[in-house]
Design a binder for this molecule. Structure first.
Ligand SMILES: [Zn+2]
Length: 328
């Protein structure tokens, strides 16, 4: 599943080409991708110019400018004249609009889908001639169109951004205090920290030398400092490697990331630990495959009381179950 580094990679790629373009059309081929009718979606965004791209946790936010008299009239300087009819814009609006995308399990925002790929669930057509396709084999991805005034409510339940000043060691310690949930489940909980998923949680815990089954509330001050640093270092490494392309992740230009080449524990069940040589183990925590080195990440401090049964799984169970994700 794309996590913070993958969505950030998508954002950075789109940032090189989308700002300044005008939304000409949104074609919804799969109505389940969005909770409003396609016509309402189009009416809200067609004719608006892309003015920015942001990321919140694992969500990509496309900022669109106002329409009508208040909108900037011209095309970006140096761009060719658009072909075809002018965009069918909704009523003039002096406020902007947000398109929010969550890639979930297999979503890809790409300029050119692979030949033979299933139909794109939606396509954003822009001028000058640009099409952004949402390809999503497992169809868990989602699209929202929001008024800027609704953004805070939309993201109200989400925890702090790891790279924001709000996410300091004190913040992490306060979030962990008293929590009986295992560390792995704690890291996946988007209400605690935004953007961490299965891959980067396993890798951050290895880097912090903390057992994923330990209760979050049992982590001491020194360990919390290590975990805080490990979360940031792991996510930054993921961004530096332009994401993990273990399954389907590619960036909008079709390029694969390379973080999977330096994984320490994730999906390395039974392979030797890169530090101590011990075989990496896999257990299921909160329904998610969890990988760790039993020697580098000892069960100091016991295991979380919420972990009832431990069933180590061998190489046959190497790949994660592919059920509906319980966290976003
Ligand atoms: Zn080890």
């Amino acid at each position: 599943m794309p996590e913070l580094p993958e969505v950030e990679t998508v954002r950075r790629r789109l940032l090189t080409c989308l700002p300044g373009l005008i939304v000409r059309d949104v074609r919804v081929n799969d109505p389940t991708v969005c909770d409003v009718a396609a016509e309402d979606l189009r009416g809200g965004v067609v004719g608006r110019r892309v003015v920015g791209l942001r990321r919140r946790g694992k969500y990509l936010v496309i900022d669109l400018g106002p329409t009508g008299a208040a909108a900037p009239a011209g095309r970006p300087r140096g761009t060719p004249s658009p072909a075809g009819p002018p965009p069918a814009a909704g009523p003039p609006s002096s406020t902007g609009r947000l398109l929010v995308v969550h890639l979930r399990m297999t979503g890809q925002l790409i300029f050119r889908p692979q030949a033979g790929a299933p139909p794109s669930r939606f396509v954003i057509a822009m001028e000058p001639a640009t099409e952004l396709h949402f390809s999503d084999v497992r169809r868990f991805g989602r699209l929202w169109s929001l008024d800027p005034g609704d953004e805070d409510a939309f993201f109200a339940a989400m925890g702090p951004e790891p790279f924001s000043a709000a996410f300091d060691i004190a913040c992490l310690r306060a979030a962990m205090a008293g929590r009986r949930a295992p560390l792995k489940a704690f890291l996946l909980d988007q209400r605690r920290i935004a953007g961490v998923g299965n891959i980067y949680a396993d890798e951050a815990l290895f880097r912090a030398r903390l057992n994923p089954l330990r209760a979050a509330g049992s982590v001491g001050p020194r360990e919390a400092r290590r975990l805080h640093a490990a979360i940031l270092e792991t996510l930054q490494a993921g961004i530096d490697h332009e994401g993990s392309s273990i399954e389907s992740f590619i960036d909008p230009a079709g390029a694969r990331g390379s973080f999977q080449e330096i994984l320490n524990v994730y999906q390395r069940t039974s392979e030797p630990c890169r530090v101590c040589g011990t075989a990496i183990e896999r257990v299921v925590v909160g329904g998610r495959g969890t990988h760790y080195c039993p020697r580098c990440q000892p069960r100091r401090g016991g295991i979380a009381p919420t972990v009832r049964r431990l069933r180590p799984t061998g190489p046959a169970g190497k790949r994660d179950a592919r059920g509906t994700p319980s966290v976003m």
